[in-house]
Design a protein around this ligand. Structure first.
Ligand code: HEM
Length: 511
């Protein structure tokens, strides 16, 4: 009798729940669903595996969406998501759905309300303060630091030369972390010299734990997460990062106090960018937010962590996939080497800003690498109100949307029948002619796009040119034009094998 009563109450609750969401079900029913959708759990059972299996499910739904005018539904139990790869729809979505999905809340204990995942109400002010810090003039003033770190990368890689295949990922992530920490906070983490750096270890472990939490639903509720041993590790990593950054901020405040720099700087929209040439992002954010009356120390820490999280692995992934691709396509690598030889004349001189502008072929290679292997393959946004799209579909309020950068970048509708080929020359100005700007968006699009895209291009071109001038990157050559690299979703999209390549030293002078 009690069991029957419980069943009836349960059924009643389900009916009321579904009735309240009838608009959502009606609108979702008009949009195709992947074949593997289960009536009860949706596709949640396909998201239970490891990070490679999760990535491969999301790739399948992206290909499904290409077949269905750029959109499919993706139910995770009762939560409705869509996977979209239609650039016309995505332009609207990225302009109107600015709120990040709830899954990003797992970053909050670490980075608080740092701009990248903050609610729109907080993000707007933070973005306004951050934008001038990324002006081309300021970003270019970092070339010296980035070049110095690239040279350190070349020398730390030297111990792997001639030793066969090795995973280059730890070298690349240490390089990007050192560059970002030096340009953002003015501190030498020295991750390239010390693989056991507390900061690096804590950052890497924290990102792993957050990723685990996102994909393992039993770790979602805070009270349950606290019962697992991983919670203590999570807290310890956050403590290490916070204490380190807090100390840097404290020192910077004292420096500001002593030098009275704030007196000379105006706090409104008329930034004198010329006078900030050699400043770090931390200096700039203190000044642009209004000095003592501006950001609190906690807000500064949140923004520093945002830059560290947003700027480190993303660029390292971009460099890593490019190296793996070049190992597979030796002819393309040879073209880069010839270009670099022309620029540096075989000398060992350090790179200067003007060299970067001459690396046209390398730039096309990096762009093509970011097209086929975008470090951020999906962006997840919340849909707060019913949103009509140019395709005619309507996204219901309360759903979420996976913007499939992976999908748009590989859709033959926009890239032709050879969409999956590795062909850097498709970015030649005379050949590049996509139907819509959102067909190519490794750095996203719209008001919440990546602020660091110029910084990232400088960092990737500088480090790749430093490596490729000195070393030949070797691997198993690809048999056809479609590169096969196993990938996983580990916050970013990463190479499963940790960017395996071998290195051979180049002769200093060509015969
Ligand atoms: C290849 C390297 C990189 C890629 C592919 C990349 C890609 C992205 C993407 C897809 C977003 C999300 C945009 C959205 O939700 O629509 C983003 C946001 C962001 N990125 Fe990057 N990024 C890279 C490097 C960097 C670097 C080096 C920095 C800074 C040093 C940086 C700073 C940021 C910031 C601050 C945001 C948040 C923007 C906002 O919400 O207002 N990124 N990036």
């Amino acid at each position: 009798m009690i069991a029957l009563l419980l069943i009836l109450v349960g059924l009643g609750w389900v009916l009321v729940f579904r009735y309240r969401r009838r608009n959502m079900y009606k609108l979702a029913a008009a949009i195709p669903t992947p074949d593997e959708t289960n009536l009860l759990v949706g596709v949640a059972h396909k998201m239970m595996g490891n990070t490679e299996e999760i990535m491969s499910s999301l790739q399948r739904y992206s290909y499904d969406s290409m077949k269905h005018n750029g959109i499919v539904t993706m139910w995770l139990f009762h939560i409705l998501y869509f996977v979209s790869s239609n650039p016309f729809d995505l332009e609207v979505i990225l302009k109107t759905c600015l709120e990040k999905d709830d899954l990003h809340r797992f970053f909050r204990p670490a980075i608080g309300y740092g701009g990248i995942f903050a609610p729109v109400s907080i993000w707007r002010r933070r973005r306004k303060i951050m934008v001038p810090a990324f002006s081309p003039k300021i970003v270019h003033s970092f070339v010296g630091i980035i070049s110095e770190q690239s040279e350190k990368l070349v020398s730390s890689l030297s111990k792997c030369v001639g030793k066969g295949m090795f995973g280059s990922w730890p070298f690349l992530s240490a390089y990007t972390l050192d560059s970002v920490c030096k340009t953002a906070m003015g501190v030498n983490i020295n991750a390239q010299a010390k693989a056991d750096s507390e900061f690096l270890k804590s950052l890497n472990r924290l990102l792993n734990v957050i990723c685990e939490r996102i994909f393992h639903v039993w770790l979602h509720p805070d009270w349950l997460f606290k019962q697992f041993p991983v919670f203590n590790e999570h807290q310890k990593c956050i403590r290490v990062l916070h204490e380190f950054i807090d100390q840097v901020i404290q020192n910077k405040r004292e420096e500001f106090q002593m030098e009275k720099i704030s007196k000379d700087l105006e706090v409104d929209t008329h930034y004198d960018l010329g006078s900030h040439k050699s400043k770090t992002f931390l200096d700039l954010l203190i000044t642009f937010s209004g000095d003592e009356k501006g950001y609190t120390n906690v807000e500064l820490r949140e923004e520093m962590l945002t830059l560290t999280v947003a700027g480190t692995d993303t660029s390292a992934v971009g460099i890593g996939f490019t190296l793996e691709l070049l190992a597979k396509y030796p002819k393309i690598q040879e073209n880069i080497f010839q270009e670099l030889y022309g620029i540096f004349d075989g000398s060992e001189r350090a790179l200067v800003k003007e060299d970067l502008e001459k690396m046209k072929y390398l730039e096309r290679v990096v762009k093509e690498s970011l097209r086929l292997f975008p470090p951020v393959p999906f962006i997840i946004r919340k849909v707060l109100e019913d949103t009509r799209l140019p395709s005619g579909n309507v996204l219901p309020a309360g759903s979420g949307i996976f913007v499939s950068i992976w999908g748009i970048h590989r859709d033959p509708k926009y890239w032709g029948p050879e969409a999956e080929h590795f062909d850097p020359d498709r970015f030649l100005p005379e050949r590049f002619n996509v139907e819509h700007p959102c067909c190519y968006m490794p750095f996203s699009s719209g008001p919440r796009n990546c602020l660091g895209y110029q910084y990232a291009m400088i960092s990737m071109k500088t480090s790749l040119s430093a490596i490729l001038r000195r070393y030949k990157v070797v691997g198993e050559p690809e048999k056809g034009p479609v590169p096969r690299i196993r990938v996983k979703l580990d916050i970013m999209m990463k190479s499963v094998d940790g960017c395996q390549v071998a290195l051979e030293r180049r002769p200093t002078k060509l015969c």
